[in-house]
Write a protein that binds this ligand. Sequence first.
Ligand code: MN
Ligand code: MN
Length: 464
Amino acid sequence: MTKISEGKKLEKELAFSFKNIAKEEPEKLKDAIKFCEGYKEFLNKGKTERECASYTEKLLKDAGYKPFEPDMSLSAGDKVYYVNRGKGIIASTIGKKALTEGVRFNIAHIDSPRLDLKPNPMYEKEEIAYLKTHYYGGIRKYQWATIPLSMHGVVYLKNGEKVELSIGEKESDTRFVITDLLPHLSAKQNERPLKDGIKGEELNIVIGSVPYADDDVKNAYKLMALKLMNEEYGITESDFMRAEIEMVPSVKATDIGFDRSMIGAYGQDDRVCAYTAVMAEIKTKSPEHTTVTVLTDKEEIGSEGNTGMASEFLHHYMEDLCDIFGVKVRNVYRRSTCLSSDVNAAYDPTFSDVFEPANASFINHGPVITKYTGARGKSGSNDASAETMAAVIKIMDDNKVYWQIGELGKVDEGGGGTIALFMGNKDVDTVDVGVPVLAMHAPFEITSKLDVFYTYKAFRAFYK
Ligand code: MN
Ligand code: MN
């Protein structure tokens, strides 16, 4: 037997480091790969918050969830859901304990960075027809040129009819694109700072190049595009003002690497936490505490508006739920725990200088518990208490779930926020938990399948 030195023994006792799951338990990758097939389907079916909410509603209905009604009666094990304006969804499984023992909130967001069409988007310029966009959320604009884009959204016609668009997802569909300069002529553009590589007003979508054949028409290229849209969808130009149309990458979720250990896809921030949260919600049969799984909208632009977490939509649901059981909502909030389930930036070896490795999250190390987010001295952060950290870490450890700690980059390198502060402000113990992502907010983001799988396991443990 080899002798272990005293120092080595002491180190094992006192020091700590997070484990790489792929190294510790490589055989778990098989389960993770299997689990992620459903996740890829979820990503492909939900390219927008509306599509994601409606696909989730289908999953919940298939699992026996009933629509929530304020005057219904509920008992332990019952499963209900509530849709908020088609853009968000709440699902609950009633627990064995009274609501006043606290509920378990798990909140993820289903909006993702993208390009929205302006309310009056159509124009033509020198024989090409275009749509103007206004970007939504934090994007690096140069990443959105010269990639195939699809068009998703809803339009209300003058007669009140609702038209749903999804163009560019089927193999045979047409697609759309933003142009960029060729290297031969980009000497001046190359002098721009990277953030201005493509500017906001240059994010113009090419939609046609054939004119309407009539010399009397002034904007024949625009008219031709309008004519084709009208024939297919019944839309006229003024209908864009009654619409929400989102341009998103038309790429499908795909495996990455020879080992197929990763997933590349659009919109993994934060549909990766949405999917794992919903799967955990569905699998939970008789929890101790009532579960409240929330998929929300508008996180990427600050959670404002009546589909975002700054609004009262969840509070109203909670009031209705409390009325059913004859308890006060404030007595529920103050004893509840919330996982603000959102992604964190995974350590990127190619761009390592923005990370502080001891406090960065790494792919294949499992879900990241993020104590605080914010910027410039934690400003705008929920900053979870030691008590909340202890409670959540205990759940992970008791259930043998891999987890890690993560900060969003080096101090003063940048920063960001999540929905955590809104739940903290409601008097709920809250902490951020989620999947580490490479190339976050890019049109094609990367996650590890083991992390996705263990985030699901973490959420299952939380709902036990
Ligand atoms: Mn997010
Ligand atoms: Mn984000």
